[in-house]
Design a protein around this ligand. Structure first.
Ligand code: HEM
Length: 245
């Protein structure tokens, strides 16, 4: 941290260089830098909030695609169609192509409904309040858990069934504050769009380039506390034989 501080003061790095430089350069309302503990705390928080969550979602996608041929074939079809429609010699994904990955994202949404990477969060009551007959005094901390609504049959019909189509042209819209993989309200995840792009880009390249199968087809998902394949998800992988690059 001190080395970075020195580089910042000498102008070798700037506050926009990376996350740590940004935290070191922040000044409070009195012009004072943040304390080291606060910087460390924010740094670790951001690491877990941004990296582990997305890695978990991508891992769950690979797990799901390995074991559900119907879902896999539809994802593959969507991704190959994007390549087929590509014009010119550009070999990189474009923003427009990512917007076309509707089915693939619905699979991710449905996975996050059934197995949310973060299963809840804390909120502090700013005033005395009551909810469903429970009094919550000012200052108390409560934990919201997404399974309370994600698995409620009045909100998601047949909640135990994996059905990505429930996120498609819903005849019965999902009530606000009910679908919460990214939380809700003023502290809602700031990285949700980034996570979507990250996940879709990774899955696109993965299915485009490889074919794979699970070494342990019965492998389940456990929690540590984020969802994690119980055996680490070893896969057998080979280059896809295809005339598409
Ligand atoms: C699949 C990926 C992700 C999931 C499931 C996820 C989930 C969440 C959840 C549940 C919260 C708490 C929201 C609340 O309390 O209402 C949160 C907050 C947050 N997330 Fe994410 N997240 C993901 C990716 C990311 C990424 C990629 C970043 C950064 C690049 C990020 C940065 C943050 C930050 C900074 C907060 C705190 C926001 C605040 O307190 O105001 N997250 N995320």
């Amino acid at each position: 941290m001190n080395k970075r501080r020195e580089e910042l003061s000498k102008g070798i790095l700037s506050s926009t260089n990376d996350m740590l430089s940004c935290l070191l350069a922040i000044r409070d309302e009195n012009g004072q830098p943040l304390e080291d503990d606060l910087i460390t705390d924010n740094f670790i928080f951001l690491f877990i909030a941004s990296y582990d969550t997305s890695a978990t979602l991508i891992t769950m996608m690979i797990w799901k695609l390995s074991r559900d041929p119907d879902v896999y074939n539809k994802v593959l079809e969507e991704q190959m169609e994007i390549l087929k429609q590509r014009e010119g010699i550009e070999d990189r994904l474009t923003w427009r192509e990512i917007q076309k990955m509707k089915y693939t994202w619905r699979v991710a949404q449905e996975l996050m409904r059934m197995i949310p990477p973060a299963f809840g969060g804390f909120r502090k009551a700013l005033k005395d309040t009551s909810y469903e007959g429970y009094d919550i005094p000012k200052g108390w901390t409560v934990y919201w858990a997404s399974c309370g609504t994600h698995m409620d049959k009045d909100i998601f019909e047949n909640p135990q069934e994996f059905d990505p189509s429930r996120f498609e042209n819903q005849s019965k819209p999902i009530p606000p504050f009910s679908y919460l993989p990214f939380g809700a309200g003023v502290h809602k995840c700031i990285g949700n769009e980034f996570a979507r792009v990250e996940t879709l880009t990774t899955i696109h390249n993965f299915v485009k380039m490889y074919e794979w199968s699970q070494l342990n087809p019965e492998e389940t998902i456990t929690r540590q506390p984020m969802p994690y394949p119980s055996l680490g998800l070893p896969i057998k992988i080979k280059q896809r034989c295809s005339n598409m690059s």
